[in-house]
Write a protein that binds this ligand. Sequence first.
Ligand SMILES: Cc1cc2nc3c(=O)[nH]c(=O)nc-3n(C[C@H](O)[C@H](O)[C@H](O)COP(=O)(O)O)c2cc1C
Length: 409
Amino acid sequence: MTTLNEPLRLSNGSVLPNRIAKAAMEELLAVPGQLPGDALLTLYRRLAAGGAGLLITGHVMIDRRAVAQPGDVVLEHDTPLEPFRRWAEAGQSAGGQIWMQINHPGRVIPKDLTRTTWAPSEVPIDVGGLSGMYPTPRPMTTQDIEETVERFAVTARRAREAGFDGVEIHAAHGYLLSQFLSPLVNRRDDRWGGDLPNRARLLLDVVSAVRERAGRGLAVGVKLNSADFQRGGFDTDDARDVIKMLADAGVDLVELSGGSIESLATAGAPADGRTLAREAYFLTLAEQLLAASPLPLLLTGGIRRRVVAQQVIDSGVAVAGMATALAIDPTLPRQWLAGHEAQATLPRTRIRNKTLAAAALQAVTSRRLARLGRGKSSKTPYSPAAALLLERLVRARRRRSYLKWHTPA
Ligand SMILES: Cc1cc2nc3c(=O)[nH]c(=O)nc-3n(C[C@H](O)[C@H](O)[C@H](O)COP(=O)(O)O)c2cc1C
């Protein structure tokens, strides 16, 4: 039986010291210039000390024109690298690995940060009454697509130069690469749309470009939805086929997640009340993918107790990933590896609107990350509704800083 303490050798030759990963959480802590600053360093030193064998950063944007939130970090060809070197060192300070998650949000950019967005096709986001927050995207040209592949490769190469052990390409949760994979959002009839090999072409081109530019030494992971949970959307059969394509392309690890902004099965935001109540809520889907998967899998979603993390590993998943629980208690991995049963208790909210409830619970987690980054305890005095309000206020300040640095064309 594989235990949580067992190291994992990846195909690039590097070794994760144990089977627990901190999954990506958009930290919203960038300092002016969209750079990592002291708060991110403190946060990652504390997460590293917490004992997870792998820390995956919150998504880092590959293009300054396209940030999901104004507090996001951006890494481009001419970004100063020193702050990123310090970030990598903080993440490695206790002997584990740190991977940078790299992302392009595609159509998921709020209107107040951009004048235009692009996506595979002109399909606007449907989040009910909040849909107006996002511009209708324009379809990407071949040139846009090629430029995007190049940007992913440049960001990965620079992450490697800064000392990161790996990158995780974000192809889940309804961002650009996941938009291409989705038959609902991708209505193209050229080589980038239509059947699954065409819809997966952008992701595979990104993987090859990253591999070519950054070399074998860099671990390459991909975060993929086990399903989008939308009728007619990217489903588990598609995920199984894409994992095989990723194995052929030389990926080291696939992280399975699920849902998107239109179908909130993740980010602490259950599609229905029962999803969050279940622990390791993508395990059933993962089990369907495990037998056929030639790659080690990392499973994230709902893990907050040691027995559940062990159950995930027992099912054949290589690494158990956690986001929310580690913002509550970053020391959980260390305690679990020592055999203690510590667990995290998630906050609840009475907010009825699902999108707002999800945003409020996520805001509580963001407040915790900010507190950890200031060297404080993760305990926040705010209710989810108050945390959401506070996040909106802090966001207004960050938005001014972002727009001062980058003026939308
Ligand atoms: C505050 C917050 C920020 C997140 N940011 C990201 C992100 O940048 N990239 C990503 O792939 N997932 C992100 N997620 C999703 C998590 O990685 C994870 O898939 C999800 O929260 C489910 O795992 P959990 O139940 O352990 O929290 C975020 C989640 C939270 C709560």
